[in-house]
Design a binder for this molecule. Structure first.
Ligand code: UDP
Length: 239
C-alpha cells in the first residue's frame, strides 16, 4: 500500500461527544485540557496538525428537525455549536503553551479567521495548530465530511478520527461481545457493510481521493500519538 506512517500532516477529527468526558452535555474542563496536551504532544513529535471538531455535545441538526425545526436552520445551529467547541479547544491549547488559530467556514470575524485555503496551509507550515470551525459551512453536511474535505484541501497524509471506541468492529462491540475489531478495512467494505467509520458522503470523498482514515480511541491517553506514529492502534481504512 502507499500508506506510510509516521504522518507529516494530519487532520484530526474529534466528535463533540469526546469533549464531554464523563458528563452528559457541553465541555468537560479536565477532558479538554487532556486532549489539548495530547494534541501538543503530537505537534512536538513534528506533525503538522489541523483539527475539525464536531458539535454533537451541544447541538445536532437532526435533533432540531425531530422537534419540528427547519433542517437548514437546525444545521446552522449545529455549525455554531462547533464554533463554541473550537473556541474552547483553542483556549485549552493556548493555556498549554502552543500557538493555535481557529478558522471558520462561516464568517464570524470577531472570533475566528475566515477560511482561506492557502492561508490555512501557511499557518501549518509555520507550525501553528489549526482548528477548522463550522464544518463545511453548509447545511445537510456533517463535520466528518468537513474533516474529509479539509484533509484533501490541505493535502494531509491521513484523517485520524478520535472516537470513544478503539476502532471499527464487525458489529457494535457494546451490544455484541463477539464483535471483532478490524485492523485494516477498505472503504468499499466499510460502505457496503455500513460499518460506522464515518457517514457515506465523508467516506466516498476519502475513497475517491485516496485519503486514509485511522479510527482510534481518543478517550485513552497516549493513543493519539500512537495513531499518527504508525503503531498498530485502532483501524486503518484505505483503498
Ligand atoms: N453541520 C452542518 N454542516 C457541516 C457540519 C456540521 O450542518 O458541514 C451541523 C449538523 O447539524 C450537525 C452539527 O452541525 O449535526 C454538529 O456536527 P456533527 O453532528 O458532525 O458533530 P459530531 O457528531 O462530530 O459531534
Amino acid at each position: 500500500s502507499s500508506e506510510q506512517r509516521p504522518y507529516k500532516r494530519v487532520l484530526l477529527k474529534l466528535s463533540g461527544e469526546v469533549l464531554m468526558g464523563e458528563t452528559s452535555y457541553g465541555v468537560d474542563p479536565e477532558t479538554i485540557n487532556r486532549l489539548a496536551r495530547e494534541i501538543i504532544e503530537v505537534q512536538n513529535a513534528g506533525v503538522e496538525l489541523a483539527i475539525v471538531i464536531g458539535g454533537g455535545n451541544i447541538f445536532r441538526g437532526m435533533s432540531g428537525t425531530a422537534s419540528g425545526m427547519d433542517r437548514a436552520s437546525a444545521d446552522y445551529m449545529g455549525m455554531l455549536a462547533t464554533v463554541m467547541n473550537s473556541i474552547a479547544l483553542q483556549d485549552a491549547i493556548e493555556r498549554n503553551g502552543a500557538t493555535v488559530r481557529v478558522i471558520s467556514a462561516l464568517h464570524i470575524r470577531e472570533i475566528a479567521e475566515p477560511y482561506i485555503r492557502r492561508r490555512a496551509v501557511r499557518h501549518l507550515e509555520k507550525g501553528r495548530i489549526l482548528i477548522f470551525a463550522a464544518g463545511t459551512g453548509n447545511p445537510y453536511f456533517t463535520t466528518d465530511t468537513a474533516a474529509s474535505l479539509r484533509a484533501m484541501e490541505i493535502q494531509a497524509d491521513a484523517v485520524i478520527k478520535g472516537t470513544k471506541v478503539d476502532g471499527v468492529y464487525t458489529s457494535d462491540p457494546a451490544k455484541n461481545p463477539d464483535a471483532i475489531r478490524y485492523e485494516t478495512l477498505t472503504f468499499t467494505e466499510a460502505l457496503t457493510k455500513r460499518l460506522g467509520v464515518m457517514d457515506a458522503t465523508a467516506m466516498s470523498l476519502c475513497r475517491d481521493n485516496h485519503m486514509p482514515i485511522v479510527v482510534f480511541d481518543v478517550t485513552t491517553p497516549g493513543q493519539m500519538l500512537k495513531a499518527v506514529s504508525g503503531e498498530p492502534v485502532g483501524t486503518l481504512v484505505q483503498e
